[in-house]
Design a binder for this molecule. Structure first.
Ligand code: CA2
Length: 146
C-alpha cells in the first residue's frame, strides 16, 4: 500500500517558527516516527511552496497510490486549481490541518478543497496525519477483508 503525505507552503518551517500554533517538532522528525509506526505501508513525503509543483505531484501519483494526506497550507483557502486536481485524480484525498481552521481568522474557515476530499481532519495537531493514514488502512481493509 502506497500513501503519500503532501505538505504545501511554509510547512517546511514546522518546528522552527510559531511553535504555539504548530508545535515544536520538525516535520521530517515526525515523518520518521510515522514510517516506524507504519512499517507495513510504503509511506512517501513531498513538500513544496509552489502551487504548480503540488499540482504536478498530484497528477504524478494520483492514479496509482492508495491514499493522499494533503495539507495544502494557505492554498487551501485560495486554490481552485488544487480543487480541480483533487477532483480529476482517482486516489482519495484526506485534507489535514494542524490547527483548527474554524477557530482561527474568518478567511481560514473556507476550504476550496474539502468538497472534493474524502474528509477533513483539523485542529488535532500533527496527530491528524497519523489519523488520516489510519483511515486509509481501515478503509482499504473494510473494502478488501480477506
Ligand atoms: O493548520 C494548518 O495545518 C494550516 O494548513 C497551516 C497553514 C495555514 O495557512 C492554514 O490556514 C492552516 C499555514 C502553514 C504555515 O506553517 C508554518 C509552520 C511553522 C511556522 C510558520 C508557519
Amino acid at each position: 500500500m502506497k500513501i503519500i503525505i503532501i505538505n504545501g507552503p511554509n510547512l517546511n518551517l514546522l518546528g522552527k517558527r510559531e511553535p504555539e500554533i504548530y508545535g515544536s517538532q520538525t516535520f521530517l522528525d515526525y515523518f520518521a516516527t510515522l514510517q516506524a509506526k507504519f512499517s507495513d505501508i510504503e509511506l512517501h513525503y513531498f513538500q513544496s511552496n509552489h502551487e504548480g509543483e503540488l499540482l504536478d505531484k498530484l497528477h504524478e501519483i494520483g492514479f496509482s497510490f492508495s491514499g493522499i494526506v494533503l495539507n495544502a497550507g494557505a492554498y487551501t483557502h485560495t486554490s481552485i486549481a488544487l480543487r480541480d486536481a483533487i477532483a480529476a485524480i482517482t486516489t482519495p484525498v484526506v485534507e489535514v490541518h494542524i490547527s483548527n481552521i474554524y477557530a482561527r481568522e474568518e478567511f481560514r474557515h473556507h476550504s476550496y478543497l474539502t468538497a472534493k476530499c474524502a474528509g477533513i481532519i483539523s485542529g488535532l495537531g500533527l496527530k491528524g496525519y497519523e489519523l488520516a493514514i489510519q483511515y486509509f488502512k481501515l478503509d482499504l481493509f473494510l473494502n478488501n477483508p480477506q
